[in-house]
Design a protein around this ligand. Structure first.
Ligand SMILES: Nc1ncnc2c1ncn2[C@@H]1O[C@H](COP(=O)(O)OP(=O)(O)O)[C@@H](O)[C@H]1O
Ligand SMILES: [Mg+2]
Length: 348
């Protein structure tokens, strides 16, 4: 199988300088202020027509990465390549149009005072997507694409449920005909009963429009039946990347194993990831030396305290693409409480 990379990230870092404490101004003494490393060397590519899931705990840098991709955050170092060309900074109108974002909270991301018709037509006119006389028909086409009908046109966001608002937010992102959609935890704020319908919508948009989608989630279970590949993030780094089936069948990084072990089973047994991991996630202001996961890793060895592992390729199942992990252990042993047997397929 050949894959065409549409967006490539190499060595992307994002560092936030922390403001000096107030008492520095009072005492006029310089103190060294640590910086916060939100992204610490991200290398990954988005392949045309895939849904790539990006999964990790809160604070691991997922939203920062999303903002780097849409151009609202400028990386401290690293390169972004779009269709083989370096991405210019600033991007310009046409490149900005091609990568669109859907946010977590459809309540705050839509202006309650603007009707659905106005929010869509504004964009269609601004980007000259269709001639003025076709704007209405195009709005209806967009609504149908996201599973809403014409009646929605003259309504306001407040008249819709959370799931419907998220559909409108998706229609708005699609209005400018992007190639790539970045969805930052788009179902996390929705009722569980609605989540699956929105996941289905992303799946059908990928299929019908050939969209490339980066789907961000803090929960691995959400993406199991949606994405083609999964990248797992921990404290500003990607620690494991593999095809979705491969990742669930043979998770290699101890962090991924703990995330998978914490997914509720059909049997009703479940373990909390927090119970499998030691301590709290460390702060990105004070990243542990060596492997950043070692203080919480149940299978860490001495070398993990000093070696900062880069992503490396490990053997994958026959039908799978590359499987990469950032861990020095080969086939790390399972740890107490973790069931690393292939995860049962559940129906959504
Ligand atoms: N503008 C900012 N200034 C300072 N720190 C930030 C800023 N944006 C994000 N961070 C920090 O960067 C880290 C990663 O945040 P984020 O990308 O939002 O993570 P996630 O989306 O995975 O929860 C967090 O520690 C967060 O506090
Ligand atoms: Mg986030």
């Amino acid at each position: 199988m050949t894959h065409v990379s549409v967006l490539q990230l190499s060595g992307i870092t994002k560092r936030y300088e922390m403001p000096a404490p107030v008492w520095e101004k009072v005492t006029k003494q310089r103190v060294s202020v640590p910086s916060l490393i939100a992204l610490d060397g991200i290398d990954i590519d988005l392949r045309r027509g895939e849904i790539l899931a990006l999964v990790g705990e809160s604070g691991s840098g997922k939203s920062t990465l999303a903002k780097v991709l849409v151009g609202s955050v400028t990386p401290t170092t690293g390169e972004l390549t779009y269709n083989g060309e370096p991405m210019p900074v600033p991007r310009g109108k046409d490149l900005t149009r091609r990568i669109q974002m859907v946010f977590q909270d459809p309540y705050s991301s839509l202006n309650p005072r603007i009707s659905v018709r106005s929010l869509l037509s504004e964009l269609l006119l601004l980007h000259r997507i269709v001639p003025r006389q076709q704007v209405r028909a195009e709005c209806v086409r967009l609504l149908n694409l996201v599973g809403l009908d014409e009646d929605a046109l003259d309504a306001y966001p407040s008249q819709f449920s959370g799931g419907q608002r998220q559909r409108i937010a998706i229609a708005r992102a699609l209005a400018v005909r992007p190639d790539i959609l970045i969805a930052d935890e788009p179902v996390s704020a929705l009722d569980v009963s609605v989540q699956a319908t929105i996941l289905d919508l992303f799946d059908s948009l990928r299929e019908e429009l050939g969209l490339t989608i980066l789907f961000i989630a803090h929960n691995l279970a959400v993406v199991q039946h949606l994405s083609q590949r999964v990248a797992v993030m921990y404290l500003g780094r990607i620690v494991e990347v593999a095809d979705t089936d491969e990742l669930f069948a043979r998770p290699q990084h101890p962090y991924t194993r703990s995330l998978i072990a914490s997914i509720p089973r059909m049997s009703g047994d479940s373990v909390n990831a927090a119970e499998l991991l030691e301590g709290e996630p460390p702060s990105p202001i004070d990243v542990p030396a060596g492997c950043r996961f070692h203080p919480r890793c149940p299978v860490a060895v001495d070398a993990c305290r000093s070696t900062d592992p880069a992503l490396r390729t490990v053997p994958a199942g026959a039908l799978s693409g590359a499987h990469e992990i950032a861990c020095i252990l080969d086939d790390p042993p399972p740890f107490v409480g973790a069931d690393t047997a292939p995860h049962e397929k559940e129906n959504r």
